[in-house]
Design a protein around this ligand. Structure first.
Ligand SMILES: [Ca+2]
Ligand SMILES: [Ca+2]
Length: 369
């Protein structure tokens, strides 16, 4: 009977994999497929709702085609040869096939074109209370290139959904030239984390997480604005609203494997968290890497890690050139469930820049000692 169950589970997982439509860019998610000649007014303004292949637009959307484009005081290099610009009040949407019950993440890149923040809303229709995606702010402050990438997670409640990206602008100071550039819209199925024999924590190596476009060198901000279940780094919860950056080994120094996280917000009430089942009276050892992403984030970093009420502070002096140290916390479990919390004691900013940066965390392991 058990064998049958295992086979059935395997069969169902295979079905899921076959039906899952994407693990990467949405069709024309990079907007490199252009509207037909005659579908653009003055060379940029999209005239028909369906002029951009695979997308439906509403409001004023511009199709920008130039490797570099001057927007007011900002020179922004496009991702590829084309990006789109959403003027305040406008949106783009695309229907996607989903597998009910699976966790997905949406990643997109955005750049604001004026000296202000833009409010961008990512929504999924049909949604449910459990499934509401949310707003994030494109500030232009966290990437030297003007671009930022964001990821949000959702659990599919339907077999089809429509992903919509809207620019809500900011207050009433709307300049018609202002808008937000959007590019590299991707969807990825997030596999449920598995506990392995070598670790009581799930996804302690952060290898499972949202899509990172190979064209983006600035990592992906996790925007945990919805429920904890929407965080696209499975196994982990993020306490309080703040940004955790998900980073890749193609563009950052990663202590172990290909992915890690960088903590951008600080304070002991803001944490990367995981609850584990422990045996009362048993000794455990928690180990983890603290380092820097080789992203010019220089200075003194201190990471504080908690296991229940026990904690350890790990200082790390970053030269911004990559590298890491191994931190350790031994504790005796006093409960059947122990809260593992990883926090940063302070933020750093990169030189010449207002970009916030912080310690890289990777390879978090919990074992009985
Ligand atoms: Ca593009
Ligand atoms: Ca890793």
């Amino acid at each position: 009977m058990d064998k049958f169950k295992v086979l059935l589970v395997l069969f169902l997982s295979t079905c899921h994999a076959a039906l899952s439509i994407t693990d990467g860019l949405l069709p024309n998610g990079d907007f490199e497929e252009s509207p037909k000649a005659g579908h653009l007014l003055n060379g940029t303004v999209v005239i028909f709702d369906t002029a951009i292949p695979d997308w439906t637009i509403s409001g004023i959307v511009e199709y920008i085609s130039s490797p570099q484009k001057q927007f007011n005081d900002k020179l922004i290099e496009l991702q590829g040869a084309h990006s789109i610009k959403l003027i305040t009040g406008s949106s783009i949407k695309q229907k996607v096939e989903l597998t009910k019950g699976l966790l997905y993440s949406i990643t997109l890149s955005a750049a604001h074109t004026c000296g202000r923040e833009d409010r961008v809303k990512l929504s999924l229709d049909p949604s449910s209370d459990e499934n509401e995606l949310d707003m994030f702010f494109v500030s232009g402050d966290t990437s030297g290139d003007g671009w930022e990438s964001f990821a949000q997670g959702f659990r599919a409640n339907h077999t089809e959904g429509e992903i919509e990206i809207s620019n809500f602008g900011k207050s009433d100071d709307d300049d018609p030239d202002c808008g937000v550039l959007i590019d590299s819209v991707a969807l990825k199925v997030i596999n449920p984390p598995k506990r392995t024999r070598g670790n009581l924590l799930k996804n302690g190596n952060f290898e499972e997480g949202p899509y990172i476009s190979p064209n983006t060198s600035w990592g992906v901000d996790i925007t945990p604005l919805g429920f904890d279940a929407h965080i696209p780094i499975p196994g982990w919860l993020i306490e309080n609203i703040n940004n955790v950056k998900y980073i890749d080994s193609d563009h950052f120094a990663i202590p172990e494997g290909k992915r890690a996280v960088e903590l951008l917000a600080f304070g002991s009430n803001i944490a990367l968290k995981q609850v584990v089942i422990t045996e009362i009276g048993k000794d455990y050892e928690l180990t983890f890497d603290v380092g820097d992403g080789k992203d010019a984030c220089k200075g003194s970093m201190v990471v504080e890690v908690f296991a229940g009420k026990d904690s350890v502070q790990v200082p790390y002096q970053s030269e911004g050139k990559g590298g890491f140290i191994r931190g350790k916390l031994r504790f005796k479990a006093v409960s059947t469930r122990t809260n593992i919390r990883i926090t940063s004691k302070q933020n750093l900013t990169k030189k010449d820049d207002r970009t916030i940066c912080g310690p890289v965390i990777d390879d978090v392991k919990l074992l009985p000692s």
